[in-house]
Design a protein around this ligand. Structure first.
Ligand code: ADP
Ligand code: MG
Ligand code: MG
Length: 251
Protein backbone atom coordinates (compact mmCIF):
# COMPACT_ATOMS: atom_id res chain seq x y z
CA UNK A 1 0.00 0.00 0.00
CA UNK A 2 1.23 3.46 -0.89
CA UNK A 3 -0.31 6.46 0.86
CA UNK A 4 0.37 9.87 -0.63
CA UNK A 5 -0.73 12.88 1.37
CA UNK A 6 -0.56 15.91 -0.89
CA UNK A 7 -0.83 19.52 0.25
CA UNK A 8 -3.49 18.56 2.80
CA UNK A 9 -5.38 21.38 4.48
CA UNK A 10 -7.95 20.83 7.24
CA UNK A 11 -9.82 22.90 9.78
CA UNK A 12 -11.93 22.44 12.85
CA UNK A 13 -14.43 24.94 14.18
CA UNK A 14 -13.31 27.55 11.58
CA UNK A 15 -9.67 27.29 12.62
CA UNK A 16 -7.13 26.11 10.06
CA UNK A 17 -5.08 23.33 11.62
CA UNK A 18 -3.36 21.49 8.77
CA UNK A 19 -1.70 23.97 6.44
CA UNK A 20 -0.27 21.90 3.61
CA UNK A 21 0.90 18.48 4.79
CA UNK A 22 2.94 16.40 2.35
CA UNK A 23 3.89 12.86 3.29
CA UNK A 24 4.42 9.57 1.46
CA UNK A 25 3.99 6.36 3.45
CA UNK A 26 4.43 2.77 2.26
CA UNK A 27 3.71 -0.66 3.67
CA UNK A 28 6.95 -2.06 4.99
CA UNK A 29 8.01 1.30 6.45
CA UNK A 30 7.74 2.57 10.00
CA UNK A 31 7.33 6.34 10.22
CA UNK A 32 7.36 8.35 13.42
CA UNK A 33 5.46 11.62 13.55
CA UNK A 34 6.61 13.87 16.36
CA UNK A 35 5.92 17.44 17.30
CA UNK A 36 4.81 19.63 20.17
CA UNK A 37 1.32 19.46 21.59
CA UNK A 38 -1.20 21.22 19.41
CA UNK A 39 0.85 20.97 16.20
CA UNK A 40 -1.87 18.98 14.39
CA UNK A 41 -0.70 15.36 14.69
CA UNK A 42 -4.05 14.01 15.91
CA UNK A 43 -5.87 16.16 13.37
CA UNK A 44 -3.88 14.43 10.63
CA UNK A 45 -4.71 10.96 11.96
CA UNK A 46 -8.39 11.87 12.30
CA UNK A 47 -8.54 13.22 8.75
CA UNK A 48 -6.80 10.09 7.45
CA UNK A 49 -9.52 8.02 9.02
CA UNK A 50 -12.43 10.18 7.94
CA UNK A 51 -13.52 11.73 11.22
CA UNK A 52 -16.19 14.14 10.02
CA UNK A 53 -15.58 16.65 12.80
CA UNK A 54 -12.66 17.83 10.71
CA UNK A 55 -13.24 19.69 7.46
CA UNK A 56 -10.77 19.04 4.68
CA UNK A 57 -10.30 22.32 2.81
CA UNK A 58 -7.68 21.26 0.28
CA UNK A 59 -5.33 18.57 -0.93
CA UNK A 60 -5.57 14.82 -1.37
CA UNK A 61 -4.93 11.54 0.36
CA UNK A 62 -4.24 8.88 -2.26
CA UNK A 63 -4.10 5.19 -1.39
CA UNK A 64 -2.55 3.29 -4.29
CA UNK A 65 -3.54 6.22 -6.47
CA UNK A 66 -7.17 6.39 -5.32
CA UNK A 67 -8.38 9.45 -3.39
CA UNK A 68 -9.91 8.24 -0.11
CA UNK A 69 -11.19 11.58 1.20
CA UNK A 70 -14.77 10.86 0.11
CA UNK A 71 -14.74 7.35 1.62
CA UNK A 72 -16.43 6.31 4.84
CA UNK A 73 -14.24 5.14 7.71
CA UNK A 74 -15.20 1.46 7.26
CA UNK A 75 -14.35 1.64 3.55
CA UNK A 76 -10.90 2.93 4.47
CA UNK A 77 -10.53 0.05 6.94
CA UNK A 78 -11.43 -2.40 4.18
CA UNK A 79 -8.53 -1.09 2.13
CA UNK A 80 -6.30 -2.24 4.97
CA UNK A 81 -5.86 1.01 6.89
CA UNK A 82 -5.98 0.84 10.66
CA UNK A 83 -6.36 3.60 13.21
CA UNK A 84 -5.89 3.01 16.89
CA UNK A 85 -7.90 5.65 18.66
CA UNK A 86 -6.25 7.83 21.22
CA UNK A 87 -9.25 7.33 23.49
CA UNK A 88 -11.00 4.12 22.47
CA UNK A 89 -14.73 4.13 23.02
CA UNK A 90 -16.82 1.83 25.16
CA UNK A 91 -19.31 -0.27 23.25
CA UNK A 92 -21.93 -1.49 25.71
CA UNK A 93 -23.03 -5.11 25.43
CA UNK A 94 -20.38 -6.18 22.90
CA UNK A 95 -17.70 -8.57 24.08
CA UNK A 96 -14.10 -8.38 22.98
CA UNK A 97 -14.38 -11.72 21.18
CA UNK A 98 -17.52 -10.77 19.29
CA UNK A 99 -16.18 -7.33 18.37
CA UNK A 100 -12.92 -8.73 17.02
CA UNK A 101 -14.70 -11.44 15.05
CA UNK A 102 -16.99 -8.88 13.42
CA UNK A 103 -14.05 -6.61 12.64
CA UNK A 104 -12.19 -9.55 11.04
CA UNK A 105 -15.23 -10.48 8.93
CA UNK A 106 -15.40 -6.91 7.61
CA UNK A 107 -11.67 -6.75 6.95
CA UNK A 108 -11.46 -10.18 5.24
CA UNK A 109 -14.83 -10.73 3.54
CA UNK A 110 -15.30 -14.28 2.28
CA UNK A 111 -12.12 -15.59 3.92
CA UNK A 112 -13.77 -18.65 5.52
CA UNK A 113 -10.50 -20.28 6.54
CA UNK A 114 -9.64 -17.22 8.57
CA UNK A 115 -13.06 -17.20 10.22
CA UNK A 116 -12.75 -20.91 11.09
CA UNK A 117 -9.36 -20.48 12.74
CA UNK A 118 -10.36 -17.17 14.35
CA UNK A 119 -10.55 -18.35 17.98
CA UNK A 120 -7.28 -20.24 17.81
CA UNK A 121 -5.58 -17.25 16.21
CA UNK A 122 -7.11 -14.90 18.79
CA UNK A 123 -5.97 -17.06 21.69
CA UNK A 124 -2.45 -17.26 20.36
CA UNK A 125 -2.25 -13.49 19.86
CA UNK A 126 -3.61 -12.91 23.37
CA UNK A 127 -0.96 -15.17 24.77
CA UNK A 128 1.63 -13.20 22.83
CA UNK A 129 0.28 -9.94 24.29
CA UNK A 130 0.30 -11.52 27.78
CA UNK A 131 -3.45 -11.07 28.14
CA UNK A 132 -5.71 -13.22 30.31
CA UNK A 133 -7.91 -15.51 28.17
CA UNK A 134 -10.94 -14.32 30.19
CA UNK A 135 -10.52 -11.05 28.37
CA UNK A 136 -12.43 -12.49 25.38
CA UNK A 137 -15.66 -12.38 27.40
CA UNK A 138 -15.27 -8.86 28.77
CA UNK A 139 -17.40 -6.05 27.36
CA UNK A 140 -15.42 -3.83 25.03
CA UNK A 141 -13.51 -1.17 26.95
CA UNK A 142 -15.95 -1.37 29.88
CA UNK A 143 -13.86 -0.85 32.99
CA UNK A 144 -10.62 -1.39 31.08
CA UNK A 145 -7.51 0.10 32.62
CA UNK A 146 -5.38 2.36 30.42
CA UNK A 147 -2.95 -0.50 29.83
CA UNK A 148 -5.76 -2.91 28.92
CA UNK A 149 -7.12 -0.46 26.35
CA UNK A 150 -3.74 -0.15 24.69
CA UNK A 151 -3.25 -3.92 24.62
CA UNK A 152 -6.72 -4.26 23.17
CA UNK A 153 -5.78 -1.83 20.38
CA UNK A 154 -2.70 -3.84 19.52
CA UNK A 155 -4.58 -7.15 19.79
CA UNK A 156 -7.12 -5.78 17.33
CA UNK A 157 -4.28 -4.75 15.07
CA UNK A 158 -2.68 -8.21 15.25
CA UNK A 159 -6.01 -9.79 14.30
CA UNK A 160 -6.69 -7.40 11.43
CA UNK A 161 -3.18 -7.42 9.96
CA UNK A 162 -3.46 -3.94 8.45
CA UNK A 163 -1.28 -2.94 5.56
CA UNK A 164 -0.80 0.40 7.22
CA UNK A 165 -1.63 1.48 10.78
CA UNK A 166 -1.82 4.88 12.41
CA UNK A 167 -1.01 4.70 16.10
CA UNK A 168 -1.80 7.99 17.81
CA UNK A 169 -0.09 8.20 21.18
CA UNK A 170 -0.51 4.51 21.84
CA UNK A 171 2.35 4.96 24.28
CA UNK A 172 0.77 7.62 26.47
CA UNK A 173 0.11 6.50 30.03
CA UNK A 174 1.81 3.11 29.64
CA UNK A 175 4.24 1.79 32.23
CA UNK A 176 7.46 0.32 30.88
CA UNK A 177 6.29 -3.32 30.91
CA UNK A 178 3.10 -2.51 29.02
CA UNK A 179 5.07 -0.33 26.61
CA UNK A 180 7.38 -3.24 25.83
CA UNK A 181 4.49 -5.60 25.14
CA UNK A 182 2.69 -3.08 22.95
CA UNK A 183 5.93 -2.49 21.02
CA UNK A 184 6.43 -6.25 20.63
CA UNK A 185 3.00 -6.44 19.02
CA UNK A 186 3.96 -3.80 16.47
CA UNK A 187 7.31 -5.47 15.81
CA UNK A 188 5.60 -8.85 15.32
CA UNK A 189 3.53 -7.49 12.43
CA UNK A 190 6.55 -5.66 11.11
CA UNK A 191 8.54 -8.91 11.00
CA UNK A 192 5.80 -11.23 9.77
CA UNK A 193 3.58 -9.20 7.41
CA UNK A 194 3.91 -6.38 4.84
CA UNK A 195 3.00 -3.96 7.60
CA UNK A 196 3.66 -0.23 7.79
CA UNK A 197 2.84 2.31 10.47
CA UNK A 198 2.74 5.98 11.29
CA UNK A 199 3.57 6.17 14.98
CA UNK A 200 2.48 9.47 16.44
CA UNK A 201 4.19 10.29 19.66
CA UNK A 202 5.26 13.18 21.78
CA UNK A 203 8.14 11.24 23.36
CA UNK A 204 11.17 9.20 22.41
CA UNK A 205 10.26 6.27 24.71
CA UNK A 206 8.29 4.10 22.31
CA UNK A 207 10.84 4.68 19.57
CA UNK A 208 13.47 2.99 21.74
CA UNK A 209 11.53 -0.24 21.14
CA UNK A 210 10.24 0.36 17.62
CA UNK A 211 13.05 1.75 15.53
CA UNK A 212 11.52 4.01 12.87
CA UNK A 213 12.78 4.08 9.29
CA UNK A 214 11.69 7.71 8.93
CA UNK A 215 11.00 10.51 11.40
CA UNK A 216 8.91 13.60 10.63
CA UNK A 217 8.40 16.63 12.79
CA UNK A 218 5.17 18.55 12.60
CA UNK A 219 4.91 22.13 13.68
CA UNK A 220 1.94 24.45 13.29
CA UNK A 221 0.17 22.20 10.82
CA UNK A 222 3.10 21.39 8.55
CA UNK A 223 5.86 18.80 8.41
CA UNK A 224 8.87 21.06 8.96
CA UNK A 225 11.59 18.45 8.75
CA UNK A 226 12.08 14.75 8.04
CA UNK A 227 15.00 12.42 8.59
CA UNK A 228 16.07 9.02 9.86
CA UNK A 229 15.97 7.50 13.34
CA UNK A 230 18.83 9.76 14.49
CA UNK A 231 16.45 12.73 14.38
CA UNK A 232 14.72 11.33 17.47
CA UNK A 233 17.89 11.58 19.56
CA UNK A 234 18.73 15.04 18.22
CA UNK A 235 15.25 16.21 19.11
CA UNK A 236 15.44 14.74 22.59
CA UNK A 237 18.77 16.51 23.13
CA UNK A 238 18.00 19.93 21.68
CA UNK A 239 14.20 20.21 21.95
CA UNK A 240 11.71 21.66 19.51
CA UNK A 241 13.25 25.14 19.77
CA UNK A 242 16.21 23.76 17.87
CA UNK A 243 13.93 22.65 15.04
CA UNK A 244 12.27 26.05 14.99
CA UNK A 245 15.61 27.88 14.83
CA UNK A 246 16.98 25.58 12.13
CA UNK A 247 13.98 26.19 9.96
CA UNK A 248 13.61 29.87 10.70
CA UNK A 249 10.14 29.42 12.14
CA UNK A 250 8.67 32.49 13.85
CA UNK A 251 6.03 32.13 16.54
P1 ADP B 1 -1.57 17.34 18.51
O1 ADP B 1 -2.15 15.97 18.32
O2 ADP B 1 -0.32 17.57 17.71
O3 ADP B 1 -1.36 17.65 19.95
P2 ADP B 1 -4.15 18.31 17.62
O4 ADP B 1 -4.33 17.85 16.21
O5 ADP B 1 -4.84 17.54 18.67
O6 ADP B 1 -2.58 18.41 17.93
O7 ADP B 1 -4.61 19.81 17.74
C1 ADP B 1 -4.21 20.82 16.82
C2 ADP B 1 -4.94 22.11 17.15
O8 ADP B 1 -6.33 21.92 16.90
C3 ADP B 1 -4.80 22.56 18.59
O9 ADP B 1 -4.62 23.94 18.58
C4 ADP B 1 -6.12 22.17 19.20
O10 ADP B 1 -6.45 23.05 20.23
C5 ADP B 1 -7.07 22.28 18.04
N1 ADP B 1 -8.20 21.34 18.16
C6 ADP B 1 -8.10 20.00 18.15
N2 ADP B 1 -9.30 19.41 18.30
C7 ADP B 1 -10.18 20.42 18.40
C8 ADP B 1 -11.60 20.50 18.58
N3 ADP B 1 -12.35 19.39 18.68
N4 ADP B 1 -12.18 21.74 18.64
C9 ADP B 1 -11.41 22.84 18.52
N5 ADP B 1 -10.09 22.84 18.37
C10 ADP B 1 -9.47 21.67 18.30
MG1 MG C 1 -2.53 16.65 21.77
MG1 MG D 1 -2.54 14.42 19.58
Amino acid sequence: MKIEIKDLHARIADTDILKGVNLTLNSGEIHALMGPNGSGKSTLSNVMFGNETYEVTGGQILVDGQDILEMETHERAQLGLFLAFQYPVEIPGVTVGRFLKRAAEIRFPGDDARVRSFVKHLRSNMQYMEMDQQFINRYLNEGFSGGEKKRMEILQMLMLEPEFAILDETDSGLDIDALKIVSQGVNKLRDETPFGALIITHYQRMLDYIKPDFVHIMYQGRIVTSGGADLVGALEEHGYDWVKKQHGIQE
